[in-house]
Design a protein around this ligand. Structure first.
Ligand code: HEC
Length: 110
């Protein structure tokens, strides 16, 4: 195998992995949503449909400061201040963004 062929192969593999990772995060975010948000905000379609993609982006900007402050004084305040939320925030964002109400996408289940 020549050097350039193996480089090409490595590039293809790297791209393949990136694509898988992106969709895995949305799935993870969906799971997280169903586990932590559904009780208060309804199923995934309804939850993600609360906002447009641009609004989700804003809510999760600056370490999710805006969505955290929206829950100040609600029963979810402790959850949003905790490490579980911090760890899953990126996946949640990916899920909510993917299905924002102007995205044209609808989650397959949940
Ligand atoms: C214990 C109940 C509870 C949980 C759990 C909860 N929320 Fe909320 N959420 C609320 C309340 C109460 C408000 C403030 C009143 C409102 O706007 O509905 C709110 C507000 C919001 C808002 C702002 C709504 C607006 O009008 O801009 C968003 C977005 C949101 N929540 C998303 C989420 C997401 C995503 C999760 C899961 C990570 C979550 N919430 C978990 C109760 C909850």
């Amino acid at each position: 195998m020549t050097k350039s062929t193996s480089f090409l192969l490595a590039t293809v593999v790297a791209f393949g992995m990136m694509a898988t990772t992106a969709s895995a995060d949305i799935k993870k975010g969906q799971k997280g949503y169903l586990k932590t948000c559904k009780n208060c905000h309804g199923n995934g379609t309804k939850g993600a449909g609360m906002h447009t993609q641009a609004e989700w982006e804003a809510l999760f900007a600056n370490d999710a400061a805006s969505i955290i402050s929206k829950h100040a004084g609600t029963p979810a305040e402790a959850f949003f201040g905790g490490s579980t939320f911090q760890k899953s925030a990126q996946d949640l964002r990916d899920f909510l963004f993917e299905y924002g109400n102007d995205s044209g996408n609808v989650p397959s289940c949940g």
